[in-house]
Write a protein that binds this ligand. Structure first.
Ligand SMILES: NC(=O)c1ccc[n+]([C@@H]2O[C@H](COP(=O)([O-])OP(=O)(O)OC[C@H]3O[C@@H](n4cnc5c(N)ncnc54)[C@H](OP(=O)(O)O)[C@@H]3O)[C@@H](O)[C@H]2O)c1
Length: 324
């Protein structure tokens, strides 16, 4: 058994990590640090965990855990690590965007490896620190990586994606207020979303030219999940595109190509990414679907932990979708 610590335990991704790790056969939660709930039971924040654990939130860290997950808002991971020392052997998995870009990846003598297993599996296995990808970034990269590797992404790419309200974290804001969000839909940050940086770096990592990305993020009136569509010019056949994706994801345990059109609930509550391809005239339309809190955050973080510690990649992550 390895010992894990979680920082930011009362938030959404922190809660998802607690749920996953309580059922992970090779991990014991050593502490769940909280700035606001120290001494209170875990179920005071995550009521569904009533009876599942006697753990309480802690106001202190144990610097000697085997792995620590940072579930903090952007910028707070950097300050937390500056203020709190972990042992040299503690592996760090950060869920914020503090260390995702190559320019930010070196910190306090550590190199953070970008934690997308479908792209970086061997580097993740050898890593001591992981920058876990963003949720939109995961859905969009998994939709486009096979095309960029094949050198087929050199034209403009138009991307549209819709996310649930948990993507914005547990704090209440005007656009996550029930009265605003319910029965509503809107776009935000058109063409400028902060995940474009990490998406661009991964797509360019094969050395092939990548066309300009036009990304429209949308807020949906549901709680979990991301459905993304991307289309670009593509001259080949649909069968050739499918073969490309099948080959790229042949070793992927959670990313699968579907012949059927996708809907969001087929992946919600799972660590899966499902992808569908459609050809229209000279365009290829790629659709991808993930759960933003699992494959888009805490599930992928545990997938990375499994790889770093040599556990089976799917350990603790064989979850059931709530389709109906
Ligand atoms: N939500 C998603 O779908 C998603 C997906 C991918 C990546 N992410 C990223 O993952 C990170 C966490 O997201 P989240 O949705 O879990 O956020 P969240 O629900 O807002 O939770 C963050 C938690 O961090 C703690 N915290 C706040 N300020 C802090 C500080 N200055 N120092 C230490 N702890 C502090 C708070 O917990 P306590 O009160 O218990 O201390 C807070 O509940 C973010 O960087 C986010 O962008 C989120």
């Amino acid at each position: 058994m390895i010992k894990a610590g979680i920082i930011g335990g009362s938030g959404y991704t922190g809660g998802e990590l607690i749920r996953i790790l309580l059922n992970h056969p090779q991990t014991e939660i050593d502490f769940v640090f909280s700035t606001t709930r120290a001494g209170k039971s875990i179920s005071s924040a995550h009521q569904d965990l009533l009876g599942q654990t006697d753990l309480k939130f802690s106001g202190e860290i144990n610097p000697n855990v085997d792995v620590v997950f940072l579930c903090l808002g952007h910028g707070n991971s950097t300050s937390f690590l500056n203020e709190n020392q972990f042992s040299a052997s503690t592996k760090i998995i950060d869920l914020s965007n503090d260390f995702r870009l190559q320019a930010d990846a070196n910190f306090n003598g550590q190199r953070f490896i970008y934690g997308l297993p479908e792209l970086n599996k061997s580097a993740i296995k050898a890593a001591n620190a992981i920058a876990n990808p963003g949720c939109f970034a995961t859905a969009i990269q998994l939709a486009l990586l096979p095309l960029s590797k094949a050198g087929l992404l050199n034209n403009e790419v138009h991307i549209n994606a819709v996310t649930g309200s948990t993507g914005a974290g547990v704090g209440l804001s005007a656009t996550s207020h029930f009265s605003w969000r319910n029965n509503n839909v809107s776009w935000y940050k058109p063409f400028t979303h902060q995940h474009l940086g990490e998406i661009g770096e991964s797509l360019s990592s094969f050395g092939n030219a990548v066309g300009k990305l036009f990304f429209m993020p949308n807020r949906g009136n549901f709680t979990r999940g991301i459905l993304a569509t991307a289309y670009t010019k593509y001259e080949g056949t649909l069968e050739k595109a499918k073969a490309l994706y099948q080959d790229f994801y042949k070793d992927a345990v959670f990313t699968h190509l579907s012949d059927e059109e996708l809907h969001l609930k087929q992946v919600v509550n799972t660590n899966q990414c499902h992808i569908h391809l459609h050809k229209h005239e000279d365009l290829l339309l790629v659709t991808s679907a993930i759960d933003n809190l699992l494959k888009g955050a805490s599930g992928q973080a545990v997938q990375n932990m499994n790889l770093m510690f040599g556990f089976p990649e799917t350990e603790g992550l064989l979850l059931k979708a709530g389709v109906f």
